[in-house]
Ligand binder design. Structure first.
Ligand code: NAP
Ligand code: MG
Length: 504
Protein backbone atom coordinates (compact mmCIF):
# COMPACT_ATOMS: atom_id res chain seq x y z
CA UNK A 1 0.00 0.00 0.00
CA UNK A 2 1.47 3.31 -1.04
CA UNK A 3 -0.17 5.66 1.43
CA UNK A 4 1.50 8.83 2.55
CA UNK A 5 1.17 8.75 6.31
CA UNK A 6 0.21 12.04 7.87
CA UNK A 7 1.15 11.33 11.49
CA UNK A 8 -0.21 14.62 12.78
CA UNK A 9 -3.63 13.94 11.29
CA UNK A 10 -3.59 10.39 12.60
CA UNK A 11 -2.60 11.47 16.09
CA UNK A 12 -5.32 14.13 16.26
CA UNK A 13 -7.85 11.54 15.01
CA UNK A 14 -6.72 9.14 17.73
CA UNK A 15 -6.88 11.91 20.33
CA UNK A 16 -10.52 12.50 19.40
CA UNK A 17 -11.14 8.73 19.56
CA UNK A 18 -9.63 8.54 23.07
CA UNK A 19 -11.72 11.45 24.29
CA UNK A 20 -14.99 9.81 23.27
CA UNK A 21 -17.08 8.05 25.86
CA UNK A 22 -17.18 4.54 24.41
CA UNK A 23 -20.42 2.61 24.67
CA UNK A 24 -21.42 -0.67 23.05
CA UNK A 25 -21.70 -1.37 19.32
CA UNK A 26 -25.11 -2.97 18.85
CA UNK A 27 -27.05 -3.41 15.61
CA UNK A 28 -24.76 -1.01 13.76
CA UNK A 29 -24.92 1.83 16.31
CA UNK A 30 -22.97 2.94 19.34
CA UNK A 31 -25.21 2.89 22.43
CA UNK A 32 -24.60 4.04 25.97
CA UNK A 33 -25.23 1.50 28.66
CA UNK A 34 -28.32 1.56 30.86
CA UNK A 35 -26.34 1.75 34.10
CA UNK A 36 -24.04 4.50 32.81
CA UNK A 37 -21.08 3.10 34.78
CA UNK A 38 -17.65 3.55 33.23
CA UNK A 39 -14.29 1.78 33.40
CA UNK A 40 -11.00 3.67 33.04
CA UNK A 41 -8.68 2.60 30.23
CA UNK A 42 -5.07 2.79 31.41
CA UNK A 43 -1.76 3.07 29.58
CA UNK A 44 0.43 0.49 31.36
CA UNK A 45 3.64 2.26 30.37
CA UNK A 46 2.69 5.30 32.46
CA UNK A 47 -0.24 4.26 34.65
CA UNK A 48 -2.23 7.19 33.14
CA UNK A 49 -5.94 7.03 32.38
CA UNK A 50 -6.21 7.56 28.61
CA UNK A 51 -9.86 6.84 27.86
CA UNK A 52 -12.97 5.24 29.29
CA UNK A 53 -15.55 2.63 28.34
CA UNK A 54 -19.02 1.84 29.53
CA UNK A 55 -19.43 -1.12 31.83
CA UNK A 56 -22.08 -3.33 30.26
CA UNK A 57 -24.00 -6.15 31.91
CA UNK A 58 -26.93 -8.49 31.24
CA UNK A 59 -29.12 -5.79 29.70
CA UNK A 60 -26.60 -4.73 27.02
CA UNK A 61 -25.68 -8.35 26.34
CA UNK A 62 -29.36 -9.11 25.88
CA UNK A 63 -29.75 -6.23 23.41
CA UNK A 64 -26.70 -7.41 21.49
CA UNK A 65 -27.86 -11.05 21.41
CA UNK A 66 -31.30 -9.94 20.21
CA UNK A 67 -29.70 -7.93 17.38
CA UNK A 68 -27.40 -10.83 16.47
CA UNK A 69 -30.33 -13.28 16.52
CA UNK A 70 -32.45 -11.04 14.32
CA UNK A 71 -29.58 -10.64 11.84
CA UNK A 72 -28.93 -14.38 11.84
CA UNK A 73 -32.55 -15.42 11.40
CA UNK A 74 -33.10 -12.89 8.61
CA UNK A 75 -30.41 -14.65 6.56
CA UNK A 76 -28.96 -11.25 5.63
CA UNK A 77 -25.47 -12.64 6.19
CA UNK A 78 -25.69 -16.44 6.10
CA UNK A 79 -27.70 -16.47 2.88
CA UNK A 80 -25.78 -13.70 1.13
CA UNK A 81 -24.05 -15.03 -1.99
CA UNK A 82 -20.77 -16.55 -0.77
CA UNK A 83 -18.71 -14.43 -3.18
CA UNK A 84 -20.34 -11.29 -1.80
CA UNK A 85 -19.71 -12.41 1.78
CA UNK A 86 -16.06 -13.01 0.88
CA UNK A 87 -15.88 -9.59 -0.80
CA UNK A 88 -16.92 -7.84 2.41
CA UNK A 89 -14.34 -9.78 4.41
CA UNK A 90 -11.61 -8.88 1.88
CA UNK A 91 -12.74 -5.24 2.09
CA UNK A 92 -12.48 -5.30 5.88
CA UNK A 93 -8.94 -6.72 5.58
CA UNK A 94 -8.03 -3.82 3.25
CA UNK A 95 -9.59 -1.29 5.63
CA UNK A 96 -7.55 -2.74 8.49
CA UNK A 97 -4.34 -2.38 6.51
CA UNK A 98 -5.22 1.17 5.48
CA UNK A 99 -5.59 2.01 9.18
CA UNK A 100 -2.44 0.22 10.34
CA UNK A 101 -1.01 3.39 11.93
CA UNK A 102 -4.14 4.18 13.91
CA UNK A 103 -4.66 0.63 15.14
CA UNK A 104 -0.99 0.28 16.09
CA UNK A 105 -1.00 3.55 17.98
CA UNK A 106 -4.09 2.56 19.96
CA UNK A 107 -2.68 -0.85 20.80
CA UNK A 108 0.65 0.74 21.75
CA UNK A 109 -1.14 3.06 24.17
CA UNK A 110 -3.42 0.35 25.53
CA UNK A 111 -1.05 -2.55 26.18
CA UNK A 112 2.43 -1.01 25.95
CA UNK A 113 3.51 -2.97 22.89
CA UNK A 114 5.61 -0.87 20.54
CA UNK A 115 3.85 0.64 17.55
CA UNK A 116 6.44 -0.83 15.19
CA UNK A 117 5.97 -4.34 16.56
CA UNK A 118 2.23 -3.95 16.30
CA UNK A 119 2.49 -2.84 12.67
CA UNK A 120 4.77 -5.72 11.81
CA UNK A 121 2.97 -8.45 13.71
CA UNK A 122 -0.46 -7.57 15.01
CA UNK A 123 -2.08 -5.76 12.09
CA UNK A 124 -0.55 -7.84 9.33
CA UNK A 125 -1.53 -11.08 11.05
CA UNK A 126 -5.08 -9.81 11.57
CA UNK A 127 -5.53 -8.76 7.93
CA UNK A 128 -4.13 -12.09 6.76
CA UNK A 129 -6.49 -14.01 9.05
CA UNK A 130 -9.44 -12.27 7.43
CA UNK A 131 -8.14 -12.93 3.93
CA UNK A 132 -7.45 -16.57 4.74
CA UNK A 133 -11.01 -17.13 5.99
CA UNK A 134 -12.53 -15.01 3.22
CA UNK A 135 -11.01 -17.62 0.91
CA UNK A 136 -12.96 -20.37 2.69
CA UNK A 137 -16.38 -18.74 2.24
CA UNK A 138 -16.78 -20.14 -1.28
CA UNK A 139 -15.42 -23.56 -0.33
CA UNK A 140 -17.68 -24.67 2.52
CA UNK A 141 -19.15 -27.92 1.19
CA UNK A 142 -20.87 -31.03 2.47
CA UNK A 143 -20.31 -34.44 0.89
CA UNK A 144 -22.27 -37.32 -0.59
CA UNK A 145 -22.37 -40.44 1.58
CA UNK A 146 -22.29 -44.04 0.42
CA UNK A 147 -25.30 -45.45 2.24
CA UNK A 148 -25.57 -49.16 3.15
CA UNK A 149 -29.17 -49.21 4.42
CA UNK A 150 -31.16 -52.21 3.27
CA UNK A 151 -33.57 -51.27 0.47
CA UNK A 152 -36.16 -53.10 -1.60
CA UNK A 153 -35.43 -53.92 -5.20
CA UNK A 154 -35.79 -50.82 -7.38
CA UNK A 155 -35.51 -48.24 -4.57
CA UNK A 156 -32.42 -46.17 -3.78
CA UNK A 157 -31.15 -43.77 -1.16
CA UNK A 158 -29.42 -40.48 -1.72
CA UNK A 159 -27.57 -39.25 1.38
CA UNK A 160 -25.58 -36.06 1.53
CA UNK A 161 -24.46 -33.55 4.14
CA UNK A 162 -24.74 -29.79 4.22
CA UNK A 163 -22.84 -27.37 6.41
CA UNK A 164 -24.81 -24.68 8.19
CA UNK A 165 -23.62 -21.86 10.44
CA UNK A 166 -24.02 -22.59 14.16
CA UNK A 167 -25.93 -19.33 14.71
CA UNK A 168 -25.23 -16.58 17.23
CA UNK A 169 -21.74 -16.84 18.70
CA UNK A 170 -20.36 -15.18 21.82
CA UNK A 171 -16.63 -14.37 21.72
CA UNK A 172 -14.63 -13.34 24.77
CA UNK A 173 -11.00 -12.26 24.40
CA UNK A 174 -8.02 -11.36 26.64
CA UNK A 175 -5.84 -8.26 26.60
CA UNK A 176 -2.63 -9.53 25.03
CA UNK A 177 -2.55 -8.51 21.34
CA UNK A 178 -6.29 -7.83 21.58
CA UNK A 179 -6.69 -6.53 18.04
CA UNK A 180 -5.26 -9.64 16.39
CA UNK A 181 -7.21 -11.73 18.90
CA UNK A 182 -10.52 -10.05 18.00
CA UNK A 183 -9.93 -10.50 14.28
CA UNK A 184 -8.84 -14.11 14.62
CA UNK A 185 -12.12 -14.79 16.45
CA UNK A 186 -14.47 -13.00 14.04
CA UNK A 187 -12.85 -14.21 10.79
CA UNK A 188 -13.95 -17.90 10.88
CA UNK A 189 -17.33 -16.99 12.42
CA UNK A 190 -18.04 -14.56 9.58
CA UNK A 191 -16.83 -17.05 6.98
CA UNK A 192 -19.26 -19.65 8.34
CA UNK A 193 -22.18 -17.19 8.22
CA UNK A 194 -22.59 -16.74 11.98
CA UNK A 195 -23.47 -13.51 13.77
CA UNK A 196 -21.39 -12.28 16.70
CA UNK A 197 -21.47 -10.73 20.16
CA UNK A 198 -17.89 -9.98 21.21
CA UNK A 199 -16.53 -8.77 24.54
CA UNK A 200 -13.03 -7.29 24.62
CA UNK A 201 -10.95 -7.41 27.81
CA UNK A 202 -11.66 -4.39 29.95
CA UNK A 203 -7.87 -3.92 30.29
CA UNK A 204 -7.42 -3.36 26.54
CA UNK A 205 -10.57 -2.56 24.57
CA UNK A 206 -9.42 0.35 22.37
CA UNK A 207 -8.25 -1.27 19.14
CA UNK A 208 -11.24 -3.64 19.15
CA UNK A 209 -13.59 -0.65 19.30
CA UNK A 210 -11.68 0.83 16.39
CA UNK A 211 -12.28 -2.48 14.59
CA UNK A 212 -16.02 -1.98 15.14
CA UNK A 213 -15.75 1.41 13.41
CA UNK A 214 -14.00 -0.21 10.44
CA UNK A 215 -16.62 -2.97 10.35
CA UNK A 216 -19.28 -0.27 10.11
CA UNK A 217 -17.53 1.00 6.96
CA UNK A 218 -16.97 -2.42 5.43
CA UNK A 219 -20.51 -3.15 4.26
CA UNK A 220 -21.14 -5.87 6.86
CA UNK A 221 -24.90 -5.73 7.53
CA UNK A 222 -26.00 -4.24 10.86
CA UNK A 223 -26.43 -6.74 13.66
CA UNK A 224 -23.91 -9.25 12.26
CA UNK A 225 -21.13 -7.95 14.53
CA UNK A 226 -21.95 -6.55 17.97
CA UNK A 227 -19.58 -5.53 20.76
CA UNK A 228 -20.37 -5.22 24.46
CA UNK A 229 -17.81 -3.61 26.76
CA UNK A 230 -17.53 -4.50 30.40
CA UNK A 231 -16.09 -6.75 33.09
CA UNK A 232 -15.81 -10.48 32.55
CA UNK A 233 -17.77 -11.42 35.64
CA UNK A 234 -20.68 -9.25 34.38
CA UNK A 235 -20.76 -8.90 30.59
CA UNK A 236 -18.62 -12.00 29.95
CA UNK A 237 -20.68 -14.18 32.27
CA UNK A 238 -23.90 -12.87 30.68
CA UNK A 239 -22.66 -13.93 27.23
CA UNK A 240 -21.55 -17.40 28.30
CA UNK A 241 -24.83 -18.12 30.09
CA UNK A 242 -27.26 -16.47 27.61
CA UNK A 243 -29.81 -18.90 26.20
CA UNK A 244 -29.84 -17.04 22.88
CA UNK A 245 -26.14 -17.71 22.25
CA UNK A 246 -25.47 -20.97 20.36
CA UNK A 247 -21.72 -21.12 20.72
CA UNK A 248 -19.06 -19.45 22.83
CA UNK A 249 -15.45 -19.07 21.83
CA UNK A 250 -13.15 -17.99 24.65
CA UNK A 251 -9.48 -17.09 24.90
CA UNK A 252 -8.11 -16.47 28.36
CA UNK A 253 -7.06 -18.19 31.54
CA UNK A 254 -7.76 -21.83 32.35
CA UNK A 255 -9.68 -20.92 35.51
CA UNK A 256 -12.10 -18.65 33.65
CA UNK A 257 -12.32 -21.24 30.85
CA UNK A 258 -13.71 -23.71 33.39
CA UNK A 259 -16.30 -21.11 34.47
CA UNK A 260 -17.30 -20.59 30.85
CA UNK A 261 -17.97 -24.32 30.46
CA UNK A 262 -20.14 -24.37 33.56
CA UNK A 263 -22.10 -21.32 32.36
CA UNK A 264 -22.51 -22.83 28.89
CA UNK A 265 -24.25 -25.99 30.10
CA UNK A 266 -27.68 -24.27 30.37
CA UNK A 267 -28.37 -24.57 26.66
CA UNK A 268 -25.38 -26.82 25.90
CA UNK A 269 -23.55 -24.19 23.90
CA UNK A 270 -20.83 -25.39 21.61
CA UNK A 271 -17.58 -24.29 23.26
CA UNK A 272 -14.08 -23.55 22.01
CA UNK A 273 -11.43 -22.69 24.59
CA UNK A 274 -7.93 -21.31 24.01
CA UNK A 275 -6.40 -21.26 27.48
CA UNK A 276 -3.15 -20.92 29.34
CA UNK A 277 0.24 -22.43 28.67
CA UNK A 278 3.59 -23.24 30.25
CA UNK A 279 5.43 -24.08 27.10
CA UNK A 280 8.62 -26.16 27.20
CA UNK A 281 11.69 -25.22 25.18
CA UNK A 282 14.09 -28.17 24.84
CA UNK A 283 17.72 -27.59 24.00
CA UNK A 284 19.45 -30.79 22.87
CA UNK A 285 23.23 -30.86 23.16
CA UNK A 286 23.83 -30.48 19.41
CA UNK A 287 21.71 -27.30 19.10
CA UNK A 288 23.04 -24.32 17.19
CA UNK A 289 23.38 -22.05 20.20
CA UNK A 290 24.11 -18.92 18.19
CA UNK A 291 20.60 -19.17 16.76
CA UNK A 292 18.91 -20.79 19.73
CA UNK A 293 19.90 -18.45 22.58
CA UNK A 294 18.47 -15.22 21.11
CA UNK A 295 15.37 -17.12 19.95
CA UNK A 296 14.83 -18.58 23.42
CA UNK A 297 15.13 -15.10 24.95
CA UNK A 298 12.51 -13.82 22.48
CA UNK A 299 10.27 -16.81 23.21
CA UNK A 300 10.00 -15.84 26.87
CA UNK A 301 10.53 -12.07 26.93
CA UNK A 302 8.39 -11.10 23.91
CA UNK A 303 5.55 -8.91 25.22
CA UNK A 304 7.12 -9.29 28.68
CA UNK A 305 6.10 -12.95 28.77
CA UNK A 306 2.40 -12.07 28.49
CA UNK A 307 1.90 -14.53 25.71
CA UNK A 308 0.07 -17.84 26.01
CA UNK A 309 2.78 -19.49 23.91
CA UNK A 310 5.68 -18.00 25.92
CA UNK A 311 8.56 -20.47 26.18
CA UNK A 312 8.62 -20.30 29.96
CA UNK A 313 10.20 -23.68 30.87
CA UNK A 314 13.65 -24.24 29.41
CA UNK A 315 15.25 -27.71 29.49
CA UNK A 316 18.98 -27.80 28.72
CA UNK A 317 21.33 -30.74 28.25
CA UNK A 318 24.06 -30.85 30.92
CA UNK A 319 26.92 -30.60 28.37
CA UNK A 320 25.84 -27.11 27.30
CA UNK A 321 24.11 -25.98 30.52
CA UNK A 322 26.72 -23.50 31.76
CA UNK A 323 27.27 -22.04 28.30
CA UNK A 324 23.52 -21.52 27.79
CA UNK A 325 23.03 -19.95 31.22
CA UNK A 326 25.87 -17.55 30.55
CA UNK A 327 24.54 -16.63 27.10
CA UNK A 328 21.00 -16.02 28.33
CA UNK A 329 22.20 -14.00 31.31
CA UNK A 330 24.30 -11.70 29.13
CA UNK A 331 21.41 -11.25 26.72
CA UNK A 332 18.81 -10.58 29.43
CA UNK A 333 21.08 -8.02 31.07
CA UNK A 334 21.61 -6.22 27.76
CA UNK A 335 17.87 -5.80 27.20
CA UNK A 336 16.53 -2.29 27.48
CA UNK A 337 13.33 -1.71 29.44
CA UNK A 338 10.77 0.97 28.68
CA UNK A 339 8.12 1.92 26.17
CA UNK A 340 7.95 4.34 23.30
CA UNK A 341 5.96 4.50 20.12
CA UNK A 342 8.90 3.55 17.92
CA UNK A 343 9.72 0.35 19.73
CA UNK A 344 13.30 1.13 20.64
CA UNK A 345 13.00 -0.92 23.84
CA UNK A 346 13.29 -4.69 24.22
CA UNK A 347 11.02 -5.11 27.24
CA UNK A 348 7.72 -3.30 27.67
CA UNK A 349 5.38 -3.08 30.66
CA UNK A 350 3.03 -5.62 32.15
CA UNK A 351 -0.61 -4.85 31.47
CA UNK A 352 -1.70 -3.71 34.94
CA UNK A 353 -0.74 -3.23 38.54
CA UNK A 354 -2.58 -6.47 39.34
CA UNK A 355 -0.43 -8.39 36.85
CA UNK A 356 2.71 -6.72 38.24
CA UNK A 357 1.80 -7.80 41.79
CA UNK A 358 1.14 -11.35 40.58
CA UNK A 359 4.48 -11.61 38.74
CA UNK A 360 6.46 -10.16 41.68
CA UNK A 361 4.75 -12.66 44.01
CA UNK A 362 5.88 -15.54 41.76
CA UNK A 363 9.45 -14.21 41.79
CA UNK A 364 9.37 -14.27 45.61
CA UNK A 365 7.99 -17.81 45.50
CA UNK A 366 10.82 -18.87 43.17
CA UNK A 367 13.43 -17.49 45.57
CA UNK A 368 11.78 -19.14 48.60
CA UNK A 369 11.52 -22.46 46.73
CA UNK A 370 15.32 -22.40 46.33
CA UNK A 371 15.59 -21.76 42.59
CA UNK A 372 18.82 -19.91 41.67
CA UNK A 373 18.02 -16.37 40.48
CA UNK A 374 20.71 -15.64 37.88
CA UNK A 375 19.40 -12.31 36.63
CA UNK A 376 16.53 -9.85 37.07
CA UNK A 377 13.89 -10.33 39.73
CA UNK A 378 13.09 -6.69 40.43
CA UNK A 379 10.43 -4.16 39.53
CA UNK A 380 11.88 -1.22 37.59
CA UNK A 381 11.15 1.61 40.01
CA UNK A 382 12.71 4.34 37.87
CA UNK A 383 9.74 4.03 35.51
CA UNK A 384 6.18 4.92 36.48
CA UNK A 385 4.50 2.04 34.60
CA UNK A 386 4.37 -1.67 35.43
CA UNK A 387 7.84 -2.84 34.39
CA UNK A 388 9.67 -5.97 35.60
CA UNK A 389 13.26 -6.94 34.72
CA UNK A 390 13.76 -9.99 32.51
CA UNK A 391 14.15 -12.69 35.13
CA UNK A 392 15.84 -16.09 34.93
CA UNK A 393 15.81 -18.88 37.51
CA UNK A 394 18.31 -21.75 37.02
CA UNK A 395 18.54 -25.17 38.74
CA UNK A 396 14.76 -25.50 38.93
CA UNK A 397 12.96 -28.69 40.00
CA UNK A 398 9.76 -30.11 38.51
CA UNK A 399 7.92 -29.68 41.82
CA UNK A 400 8.41 -25.90 42.08
CA UNK A 401 5.35 -23.69 41.64
CA UNK A 402 7.30 -21.36 39.31
CA UNK A 403 7.80 -24.39 37.03
CA UNK A 404 4.27 -25.72 37.30
CA UNK A 405 2.08 -22.60 37.12
CA UNK A 406 1.57 -20.03 34.37
CA UNK A 407 3.13 -16.74 35.50
CA UNK A 408 2.39 -14.65 32.38
CA UNK A 409 5.39 -12.42 32.95
CA UNK A 410 9.08 -12.17 31.95
CA UNK A 411 10.18 -15.13 34.09
CA UNK A 412 12.12 -18.09 32.68
CA UNK A 413 12.78 -21.30 34.62
CA UNK A 414 15.64 -23.58 33.60
CA UNK A 415 15.97 -27.30 34.29
CA UNK A 416 18.98 -29.49 33.45
CA UNK A 417 18.77 -32.99 31.95
CA UNK A 418 21.66 -35.37 31.43
CA UNK A 419 20.43 -38.25 29.36
CA UNK A 420 19.70 -38.69 25.68
CA UNK A 421 16.62 -40.86 25.93
CA UNK A 422 13.82 -39.11 24.04
CA UNK A 423 11.08 -40.74 26.15
CA UNK A 424 12.65 -39.37 29.33
CA UNK A 425 13.21 -35.90 27.89
CA UNK A 426 9.61 -35.84 26.69
CA UNK A 427 8.36 -36.99 30.10
CA UNK A 428 10.14 -34.03 31.72
CA UNK A 429 8.63 -31.58 29.23
CA UNK A 430 5.17 -33.16 29.47
CA UNK A 431 5.10 -32.97 33.27
CA UNK A 432 2.62 -30.08 33.32
CA UNK A 433 -1.14 -29.52 33.19
CA UNK A 434 -0.81 -27.37 30.05
CA UNK A 435 -0.05 -28.41 26.47
CA UNK A 436 -0.21 -25.39 24.18
CA UNK A 437 3.14 -24.86 22.51
CA UNK A 438 6.68 -26.29 22.61
CA UNK A 439 9.96 -26.03 20.77
CA UNK A 440 12.93 -28.30 20.24
CA UNK A 441 16.36 -27.05 19.29
CA UNK A 442 18.72 -29.46 17.53
CA UNK A 443 20.83 -29.83 14.39
CA UNK A 444 19.71 -33.48 14.10
CA UNK A 445 16.31 -33.07 12.43
CA UNK A 446 15.43 -36.75 12.75
CA UNK A 447 15.84 -36.49 16.53
CA UNK A 448 13.81 -33.27 16.45
CA UNK A 449 10.89 -34.93 14.65
CA UNK A 450 11.02 -38.02 16.88
CA UNK A 451 10.92 -35.86 20.00
CA UNK A 452 8.11 -33.71 18.51
CA UNK A 453 5.95 -36.85 18.27
CA UNK A 454 6.43 -37.45 21.99
CA UNK A 455 5.50 -33.93 23.15
CA UNK A 456 1.93 -33.43 24.34
CA UNK A 457 1.08 -30.04 22.95
CA UNK A 458 -0.93 -28.47 20.15
CA UNK A 459 2.07 -26.91 18.39
CA UNK A 460 5.68 -28.02 18.30
CA UNK A 461 8.42 -25.97 16.65
CA UNK A 462 11.73 -27.46 15.58
CA UNK A 463 14.38 -24.72 15.65
CA UNK A 464 11.58 -22.15 15.84
CA UNK A 465 9.19 -21.17 18.65
CA UNK A 466 5.51 -20.19 18.22
CA UNK A 467 5.41 -20.16 14.43
CA UNK A 468 1.75 -19.23 14.07
CA UNK A 469 0.09 -18.77 10.71
CA UNK A 470 -3.58 -18.43 9.65
CA UNK A 471 -3.53 -21.81 7.87
CA UNK A 472 -1.94 -23.77 10.72
CA UNK A 473 -4.26 -25.19 13.42
CA UNK A 474 -3.70 -23.60 16.80
CA UNK A 475 -4.91 -24.81 20.19
CA UNK A 476 -4.07 -26.85 23.21
CA UNK A 477 -3.78 -30.37 24.56
CA UNK A 478 -4.74 -31.00 28.20
CA UNK A 479 -5.81 -27.92 30.17
CA UNK A 480 -4.70 -25.52 27.42
CA UNK A 481 -8.09 -25.80 25.81
CA UNK A 482 -10.78 -27.42 23.72
CA UNK A 483 -10.76 -27.37 19.94
CA UNK A 484 -8.62 -25.49 17.45
CA UNK A 485 -8.54 -22.08 15.86
CA UNK A 486 -6.89 -21.18 12.53
CA UNK A 487 -6.93 -23.26 9.40
CA UNK A 488 -9.80 -25.48 8.21
CA UNK A 489 -10.10 -26.86 11.75
CA UNK A 490 -10.80 -23.35 13.03
CA UNK A 491 -13.81 -23.06 10.72
CA UNK A 492 -15.49 -26.34 11.69
CA UNK A 493 -16.58 -25.27 15.20
CA UNK A 494 -18.71 -22.53 13.60
CA UNK A 495 -20.54 -25.06 11.41
CA UNK A 496 -23.19 -27.69 12.07
CA UNK A 497 -23.39 -30.75 9.83
CA UNK A 498 -26.82 -31.74 8.57
CA UNK A 499 -27.25 -35.20 6.99
CA UNK A 500 -30.09 -35.46 4.47
CA UNK A 501 -31.35 -38.81 3.19
CA UNK A 502 -33.87 -39.18 0.39
CA UNK A 503 -35.66 -42.45 -0.39
CA UNK A 504 -35.77 -42.50 -4.17
P1 NAP B 1 -8.86 -13.94 31.85
O1 NAP B 1 -8.78 -13.29 33.16
O2 NAP B 1 -9.28 -15.35 31.77
O3 NAP B 1 -9.82 -13.02 30.96
C1 NAP B 1 -10.08 -13.28 29.60
C2 NAP B 1 -11.40 -12.66 29.21
O4 NAP B 1 -12.45 -13.30 29.94
C3 NAP B 1 -11.50 -11.17 29.55
O5 NAP B 1 -12.27 -10.53 28.56
C4 NAP B 1 -12.24 -11.22 30.88
O6 NAP B 1 -12.90 -10.02 31.18
C5 NAP B 1 -13.21 -12.35 30.65
N1 NAP B 1 -13.75 -12.97 31.85
C6 NAP B 1 -13.26 -12.94 33.12
N2 NAP B 1 -14.08 -13.62 33.96
C7 NAP B 1 -15.12 -14.07 33.22
C8 NAP B 1 -16.28 -14.84 33.51
N3 NAP B 1 -16.55 -15.28 34.74
N4 NAP B 1 -17.13 -15.15 32.49
C9 NAP B 1 -16.87 -14.74 31.23
N5 NAP B 1 -15.79 -13.98 30.91
C10 NAP B 1 -14.91 -13.67 31.87
O7 NAP B 1 -7.48 -13.88 31.09
P2 NAP B 1 -6.51 -12.63 30.91
O8 NAP B 1 -5.84 -12.39 32.21
O9 NAP B 1 -7.23 -11.52 30.25
O10 NAP B 1 -5.50 -13.22 29.84
C11 NAP B 1 -4.43 -14.02 30.19
C12 NAP B 1 -4.73 -15.49 30.03
O11 NAP B 1 -5.17 -15.75 28.70
C13 NAP B 1 -3.54 -16.35 30.23
O12 NAP B 1 -3.87 -17.48 30.98
C14 NAP B 1 -3.14 -16.75 28.82
O13 NAP B 1 -2.40 -17.92 28.73
C15 NAP B 1 -4.44 -16.85 28.16
N6 NAP B 1 -4.31 -16.71 26.71
C16 NAP B 1 -4.50 -17.82 25.93
C17 NAP B 1 -4.33 -17.72 24.57
C18 NAP B 1 -4.51 -18.93 23.69
O14 NAP B 1 -4.71 -18.73 22.50
N7 NAP B 1 -4.47 -20.13 24.18
C19 NAP B 1 -3.99 -16.51 23.99
C20 NAP B 1 -3.80 -15.41 24.83
C21 NAP B 1 -3.98 -15.53 26.19
P3 NAP B 1 -12.21 -8.78 31.95
O15 NAP B 1 -10.77 -9.07 32.08
O16 NAP B 1 -12.50 -7.65 31.05
O17 NAP B 1 -12.90 -8.64 33.27
MG1 MG C 1 -4.83 -0.59 28.82
Amino acid sequence: MNEIIDHEKINSGIQAFLEKSHGHFIDGNWLDGAANKTIDVINPATGDVISSIQSGDESEVDLAVTAARRAFDSGIWSKMLPVERARIMFRLADLIEMHTSQISLLEALDIGVSRDMMQMIGVKLAANQLRYYAGWVTKINGETITNSRARPEGREFLTYTEKEPVGVVGQIIPWNFPFAMAVQKIAPALAAGCTIVLKPAEDAPLATMYLAELIAQSGLPSGVFNLVNGYGRKAGAAISSHEGVDKVSFTGSTDVGKEIIRAATGNLKRTTLELGGKSPVILLKDANLEEAIPAIARAIFFLSGQNCMAGSRLFVHGDIYDQVLKGLKVLARSMTIGADMEGTYDIGPLISEKQLTRVMAYIDIGVSEGARLITGGKRVTSLSGYFVEPTIFADCDPGMRIVKEEIFGPVLTIQKFDNEDLEEIAALANDNIFGLSASIWTTDLAQGHKLARRIKSGQVGINVHAAIDPATPFGGFKQSGWGREFGREGLEPYLETKAITAYL
